[in-house]
Design a protein around this ligand. Structure first.
Ligand code: URP
Ligand code: ZN
Ligand code: ZN
Ligand code: ZN
Length: 485
């Protein structure tokens, strides 16, 4: 039993409103919000003074890769260091990815990732990638949904000759997702186009990191987003597009939503803030450190993404936290296509989004909560256990000091990477305290992350989007014409 915790005098922020209230936590849960909180607090409860601060749901990063074996190496951050960094930044849950090798049984990969994640300091969940198709994949998807609390499956439409899933896999998996009430998600890039462009650029002698964005132009992402959305439409299934980076993909989502389709989009903090000039940096290591897919985009795309987030075309913010150090990135010294793809950000997401989003008036504090936790919780069906400050919810909270400032730097980050894509940015608005399942794990610069303290969170299938989709399919069911024999 953890010591009870009373948070006094703060402004609680939920997706629907802000209000002054005390919050009482005990045994990992929120017990009371409001006037009763102080009166119910047991003697000896720990008290935090939140005067002048916001009390918000801890962040949920719905897209991370801790300890990922990828492109011949393994990410720097494992499930402990990565989740500890997350807690330092106010994020209390991650949704990571189990990525089976092609032909590897899903349950085999599942057990491996579950083992690796045991050392997590924050709560964690998993999407499972579908990298090939077969009867055992279909069966294991059922087992994962019905027994293991997985309700989303990921499809990489890029990374040919590795984890890319072709249209045959895509349609079969989407169909199975519909039966299971699980959300299909896609990394939308046309992998065949990327492969061809990579080879063409190399033939022309364009082998440096500046070739990376040229091999994956926005239209390549737009094509894949449109294709995945169209396939989902045929089946009447909701779909979630991860790391939407460009106008073409955001507009694909906007058009589908305008037609009434349930399409959801995620945007990364990096894609909102950085542009593609980073790939032309004269220092190879700096340019290579920014190689991730989809790449950072030319100026103009960022403002479009912000507006898509503000208008509700995009729903969640993530990081795709996937850190490789300079020595690992050097594998692509002679050819950009060999640079391990991935950048960090799990520690900075909340601060840069507050600074660029709330301080600039693009987002209200409630909208900030919506896109940093509540929507991820709703779409992946753990709301209001997560993403909400309310009695009964998990005591995953962040006390947000809107006046605190810092300059982001690799020198002070907890993440194990040796680079920070937000280096040198000054931010105003930071977590003074992070509370994970009722325990104070970050207090004014003191990180108290405990390896293994995080728990795996099961997510039930058939979220609300699915009950509606099921009714719609029934309503539109084709009727045979009755003809005389
Ligand atoms: O470059 C990236 N994003 N690396 C991680 C794998 C992925 O595509 O999400
Ligand atoms: Zn991806
Ligand atoms: Zn990813
Ligand atoms: Zn290294």
């Amino acid at each position: 039993m953890t010591q009870a915790l009373l948070i006094r005098g703060g402004t609680v922020v939920n997706t629907d409103r802000e209000f002054q209230a005390d919050v009482l936590c005990a045994d990992g849960r929120i017990i009371a919000v409001g006037e009763t909180a102080a009166t119910l607090a047991p003697a000896g409860a720990q008290t935090l003074d939140a005067t002048g601060q916001y009390v918000m749901p801890g962040g949920i990063d719905p897209h991370t890769h801790m300890q990922l074996p990828f492109m011949g190496t393994v990410t720097m951050d494992d499930f402990y260091t990565g989740t500890a960094a997350a807690l330092a930044g106010g994020t209390t849950s991650i949704i990571d990815f189990v990525i089976p090798d092609p032909q590897q049984e899903l349950m085999d990969a599942w057990r491996t990732w579950r083992g690796w994640a045991e050392k997590s300091a924050s709560d964690y969940m998993f999407h499972v990638a579908i990298t090939w198709w077969g009867d055992s994949v279909s069966r294991d998807m059922g087992t994962l949904v019905q027994q293991e609390g997985v309700n989303s499956f990921k499809h990489f439409m890029a990374y040919k000759n590795a984890i890319m899933c072709d249209d045959e896999t895509l349609v079969n998996s989407f169909r199975r997702c519909l039966e299971l009430g699980a959300m299909p998600t896609v990394h939308a890039e046309n992998g065949e186009m990327v492969y061809l462009l990579q080879q063409e650029l190399a033939r022309k002698g364009l082998t440096g990191p500046e070739g990376h964005p040229l091999s994956r132009p926005p239209v390549v992402e737009g094509e894949a987003a449109n294709r995945a959305i169209a396939i989902a439409d045929v089946f009447g299934i909701p779909i979630y597009v991860v790391h939407v980076s460009c106008i073409e993909a955001a507009d694909a989502i906007a058009r589908a939503r305008a037609r009434g389709q349930r399409v959801y989009g995620e945007v990364l903090a990096g894609h909102l803030l950085l542009d593609d000039s980073v790939y032309r940096h004269p220092d190879f290591a700096t340019a290579a450190a920014h190689v991730m897919s989809p790449p950072f985009r030319p100026t103009g795309h960022q403002e479009h993404l912000w507006r898509a987030l503000q208008s509700g075309t995009l729903h969640t913010t993530a990081t795709d936290h996937c850190t490789f150090c300079a020595a690992q990135k050097a594998a692509g010294r002679d050819l950009f296509a060999k640079i391990p793809n991935g950048c960090g950000g799990v520690e900075e997401r909340m601060a840069v989004l507050w600074h660029e989003g709330v301080n600039s008036g693009r987002l209200t504090p409630s909208e900030f909560v919506t896109v940093t936790s509540a929507n991820a919780a709703r779409l992946f069906n753990v709301y209001p256990q997560k993403g909400c400050v309310a009695a009964g919810a998990d005591a995953d909270l962040v006390l947000w000091d809107p006046a605190a400032t810092k300059t982001i730097s690799v020198k002070t980050q907890f993440s194990k990477g040796d680079f920070n894509i937000f280096e040198g940015r000054q931010v105003r608005g930071l977590p003074s305290h992070t509370i994970s399942r009722g325990a104070v794990v970050w207090a004014n610069g003191d990180l108290r992350a405990v390896a293994g303290a995080g728990r795996y969170v099961k997510r039930p299938a058939f979220g609300t989007q699915f009950t509606a989709a099921g009714k719609r399919l029934e309503a539109l069911k084709p009727q045979p014409v009755a003809r005389p024999a």
